[in-house]
Design a protein around this ligand. Structure first.
Ligand code: RIB
Length: 297
């Protein structure tokens, strides 16, 4: 089964730092690399490397975005729904510290030039029951979710980065929701960073018809689905760079679902893939191929 991912495409500028820069501080970096990235692109790459048929829709800049299209194409992703515009391609400035933890700021660029017309053109090619994957790094996500519901699509949504606007989206149209603890707390309406134990009942009550996957980094993940809770341990890894681990998880989980695997199997596969991704540098380049996971699942 095919999935369409309407999502961001970024150039990631990654700087090695001893620690994440503090307010008012100037810090020397230990090096700089640049990689294809963006939550959208990363999730499409994860789906493709996991063996799924995926089509990516989005926008890049004419002057600097072609290599992202080429990267997706070489990875087996259908790129016929990627448009080019006159603005700059979206980019991320990422600090990665000596423990592999990151801090990111984003420039939306062409990701924020997606219009309702762009969306209607892509959605008109889909049939009821087709899968649509979304993150929260492009313009008009609320419109996408509403139209997807009206068209009977099966929507998977990773509301990252979380904004207050998410609370106004027609989330009752979403079949799969992927959140980390901070996003889950915001969705559940609990301030701060509460324990998963406080968040879970609220999410179950708010999304009785969806499968909600809560990722907890080295704490594993929990799937809530129709009153059932499935717990999955994280796969232990020496973290070099955690950027894109969540995207790897989302893409691999959905690839399992598209293949008809049980939610528990898909969760296990996703945990294995994310464990490998954190042990490598970069977001998209760190995403493993399915063959590399054979001994882990
Ligand atoms: O999830 C990781 C991604 O977030 C990076 O690739 C960066 O582009 C930001 O979108």
């Amino acid at each position: 089964m095919k999935i369409t991912n309407f999502g961001s495409l970024n150039i990631d500028y990654v700087y090695g730092v001893d620690h994440i820069v503090r307010e008012g501080e100037t810090l020397e970096t230990t090096g700089r690399s640049f990689f294809p990235g963006g939550k959208g692109l990363n999730q499409s790459i994860a789906l493709a490397r996991a063996g799924a048929r995926v089509s990516h829709a989005g926008r890049v800049g004419l002057a600097d975005g072609q290599f992202l299209i080429d990267y997706l194409k070489q990875s087996g992703v259908d790129v016929s729904h990627i448009l080019t515009g006159g603005g700059a391609t979206g980019h991320a400035v990422i600090q990665v510290d000596s423990k592999g933890q990151n801090s990111i700021f984003l420039y939306g660029g062409e990701n924020h030039s997606i219009t309702r017309e762009d969306i209607d053109a892509v959605l008109s090619t889909l049939e009821p029951g087709d899968f649509l994957l979304l993150q929260n790094e492009i313009s008009e996500v609320g419109y996408l979710i509403r139209r997807a519901g009206e068209l009977g699509l099966k929507t998977a949504f990773n509301p990252a980065p979380f904004t207050d606007a998410v609370l106004g989206y027609a989330l009752e149209n979403v079949s799969y929701i992927f959140v980390n603890r901070i996003e889950a707390a915001a969705l559940a309406g609990i301030p701060g960073e509460p324990d998963a134990g406080r968040i879970l009942p609220r999410l179950e009550a708010a999304f009785p018809d969806a499968a909600v996957v809560l990722t907890l980094g080295s704490g594993g993940s929990i799937l809530l689905e129709r009153g059932e809770r499935i717990y999955q341990d994280a796969v232990p890894a020496d973290a070099l760079d955690t950027t894109g681990a969540g995207d790897t998880f989302v893409g691999y989980f959905l690839s399992g679902i598209l293949r008809g695997e049980s939610s528990a199997q898909a969760l296990k596969l996703a945990a294995a893939a994310a464990g490998v991704a954190v042990s490598r540098l970069g977001a998209a380049p760190a995403i493993p191929f399915l063959d590399e996971l054979r001994e882990l699942v």
